[in-house]
Design a protein around this ligand. Structure first.
Ligand code: UDP
Length: 322
């Protein structure tokens, strides 16, 4: 039976997607260098420890397996770090994608699901953001996602590679069974940082920016539960394999919460006060980011199940407490 190769399948979103793929009966092989991923997150799939920067590692994975499609999650993801070390971001995010695509095409595999980001849009000119919004990323991280999307379009034209590029908004929450969750090092994301501060593992929760043009002055984001993201990947894969056609699709909820609103809900759920400290805004943070989810619903038949903000915080809290 042919398998689905999941690059970065030991990471946060990748591991949740592997679980969902297995539930839907797909045979999965994870390819991960375990630099940020965790071996214990790969529960029900074969794990190949390999590096996307080493073409021989990828080639032997394709040689030893019968691969029908590839999902690519492996990437550096910290916007602030990408400003300080753009070289690292361009090198790793681009070469890993180029190597993977190259070896896929060598092996005759032409179905590809890419983890892209709302960062490709840059400063929103329209809210909620539709997929045909102009692309104008301004941080190096977003540029790397944008460049890979451009490469995918060229490879489609020239080599008939078929892809679905999924543009994530704010991935959050944890596996409702408590098997996996979000744990980056260093942690930069809002919800885990709130929970770490409540648990006393971080002294303060820094609120980055309190003078945005929003009702309470803090930035508004579109938080989407990681299992809803995972489910969208499975639907995208099924769609691509049934009718190969390349697409760009947002994954978000079209609902937003400000930093202060998320904190208030987290205080209610945990029953604890968040030790906040008001700080200047981070470089590149925009006031509001909201996804139009119409295309995902229409094209994939996608339905949100776990993306209520309370469910997101509750599942994350269960995971973090553990
Ligand atoms: N944020 C914050 N404190 C933190 C982490 C994040 O105030 O410790 C804010 C951040 O400025 C943004 C929102 O929370 O407005 C979501 O940030 P996150 O890093 O989770 O995701 P991003 O939107 O940057 O991809």
């Amino acid at each position: 039976m042919s398998k689905i190769l999941v690059a970065g399948g030991a990471g946060y979103i990748g591991s949740h997607t592997v679980k969902e793929l297995r539930k839907q009966g797909f045979d999965v092989v994870v390819f991960d260098n375990l630099s940020t991923g965790r071996r214990e997150f790969v529960r029900d799939a074969e794990l190949i420890v390999g590096d996307l920067e080493v073409k021989d590692d990828i080639r032997s994975a394709f040689k030893s397996q019968n691969i029908a499609a590839v999902l690519h999650f492996a990437s550096l993801i910290q916007v602030s770090e990408s400003y300080i070390h753009p070289r690292k971001y361009y090198t790793q995010n681009l070469t890993s994608s180029l190597n993977l695509l190259d070896e896929m095409l060598e092996a005759g595999v032409r179905n590809f699901i890419f983890s892209s980001s709302a960062a490709v849009y840059g400063i929103p000119k329209q809210i909620p953001i539709p997929e045909d919004h102009p692309l104008d990323p301004f941080n190096p991280y977003g540029q790397t996602k944008f460049f890979v999307e451009r490469i995918l379009q060229d490879y489609d034209r020239a080599y008939k590679l078929k892809f679905i590029s999924l543009r994530y908004f704010n991935a959050s929450g944890a596996d409702p069974d408590g098997e996996m969750g979000e744990c980056h090092d260093p942690e930069t994301h809002l919800i885990p940082n709130i929970l770490l501060s409540v648990l006393g593992r971080k002294e303060n929760l820094d609120i980055f920016g309190t003078d945005f043009p929003t009702p309470d002055g803090t930035a508004i984001r579109d938080y989407i539960h990681v299992t809803d993201l995972a489910n969208a990947h499975v639907l995208a894969l099924q769609k691509l394999m049934a009718s190969p056609r390349s697409e760009f699709i947002n994954l978000g909820t079209n609902r937003g919460y400000s930093v202060k609103e998320v904190i208030a809900r987290a205080e209610k759920i945990t029953g604890k006060k968040v030790p906040v400290r008001e700080m200047p805004k981070r470089e590149g943070d925009v006031p509001v980011l909201l996804a139009s989810k119409d295309k995902a619903e229409r094209l994939l038949g996608w339905k949100l199940r776990n993306s209520e903000i309370e469910t997101i915080i509750e599942t994350a809290w269960r995971w973090h407490r553990k």
